[in-house]
Write a protein that binds this ligand. Structure first.
Ligand code: SAM
Length: 347
């Protein structure tokens, strides 16, 4: 069955299905049916091996590492339509009963806020104290699986991203004459604010934190009330339609958002973000890179598909968005290359 490519409109809450449909997978042709049968058989072996490993009380980290490694290879070696069938088969397999004891896998799969990659999920792998209760309340096996899943390079890169954001905010506050003005798009819980020195030192005039999720807005209001942080319920679509009068900023950044945006929307958004810069101001946008190896596990047992990008993909977005003579542009990777960053400074 073929499915028409759906476009992510920039306002809808992100669902795994929407991200998947945006990739418009090819149909499975008759010539692929042998490949499909072989891939399903291979998957079944991998899943059964993991299940018997759990039943035999083998070393949890080794079981999950092998499972994730095999899923990565299956994803890499399958055409999109076959991979989608494998995802459904994996999710229906009894090994899920073991894996969902991990609070991180379970939160991602069950989507308590109705969409993938919400700020609560990030709090779990940020190891934020607000999520400690999930770990004290889970089984020993769940804790051991969590120790593995929360320490994969992609999660380490996510934690580093939070530190990088805080550093960019602090550097902006240092270089700006007078207190800085910052805009975070898709701010989530704005956890970087908690480790940013410029905020407590009074070097920031306003920090607008825009997000479409009212629970995230409520969390920021509770945790950052009384500071210059100004949580704002708004969407990418609202930004693109110029529905908000936000003024201009010294730093505009989007983290944990581009991973869901198709290239067309990614370009339009970047054009809008640079539009809000003062001279000398900077835009930063981040994307999980196509070098991550937990992609297969994320798409199956966490039901968390992302649009992964290379440095070249980031350059293509930048080149389609701005005249490079007007901006100093850079594309660079975080320490373990699991997240790629684009930065543009207005000359
Ligand atoms: C993965 S979290 C990132 C949170 C935070 N920026 C970080 O890096 O920790 C993604 C956030 O994007 C928000 N989001 C998703 N689509 C959006 C849209 N179209 N407009 C505004 N916010 C959006 C979600 O509500 C969620 O809080």
């Amino acid at each position: 069955m073929s499915r028409a490519a759906a476009s992510i409109d920039g306002e809808s809450l992100i669902t795994g299905d929407l991200v998947r449909r945006s990739r418009a997978p090819e149909e499975i042709g008759s010539q692929d049916s042998v490949e499909l049968r072989e891939a399903l058989a291979q998957l079944l072996v991998v899943l059964e091996l993991a299940r018997s490993g759990f039943l035999d009380e083998g070393r949890t980290s080794e079981i999950v590492a092998r499972l994730a490694g095999e899923l990565h290879m299956l994803r890499r070696n399958s055409i999109a339509a076959i991979w989608q069938t494998l995802i459904a088969a994996a999710q229906a397999h009894p090994v899920m009963e073991f894996l969902k004891q991990d609070p991180l896998t379970n939160w991602s799969f069950t989507k308590p806020r109705g969409y993938s990659g919400d700020a609560g999920l990030l709090d779990i792998y940020y190891k934020h104290p607000s999520m400690d209760h999930l770990l004290t309340g889970c089984t020993d096996l769940g804790r051991e699986i969590y120790d593995y899943t929360s320490d994969v390079p992609a999660c380490a890169a996510g934690r580093e991203r939070c530190e990088i954001l805080a550093r960019f905010v602090d550097e902006t506050a240092e270089r700006t004459e007078g207190p800085a003005e910052i805009l975070a798009v898709a701010a989530g819980h704005l956890r970087e604010a908690g480790i940013c020195h410029g905020l407590s030192a009074g070097r920031i005039r306003r920090w607008v934190a825009l997000d479409q999720d009212p629970i995230s807005i409520g969390t920021m209001t509770r945790d950052l009330g009384g500071t210059v942080v100004s949580p704002m319920n708004g969407s990418v679509l609202g930004l693109l339609r110029r529905s908000y009068k936000l003024g201009t900023f010294d730093l505009v950044y989007a983290s944990g958002l581009y991973d869901y945006l198709q290239e067309k929307t990614a370009v339009k958004l970047l054009q809008r973000l640079v539009d809000m810069l003062r001279p000398g101001g900077m835009v930063l946008f981040a994307n999980f890179s196509d070098e991550i190896t937990s992609d297969g596990y994320m798409e199956t047992f966490m039901d968390w598909p992302l649009i992964l990008r290379s440095a070249n993909d980031m350059w293509r977005i930048i080149d389609a968005s701005v005249d490079r003579n007007v901006y100093e542009t850079e594309v660079w990777y975080g320490e373990n290359r699991n997240i790629v960053y684009g930065t543009l400074r207005k000359k």
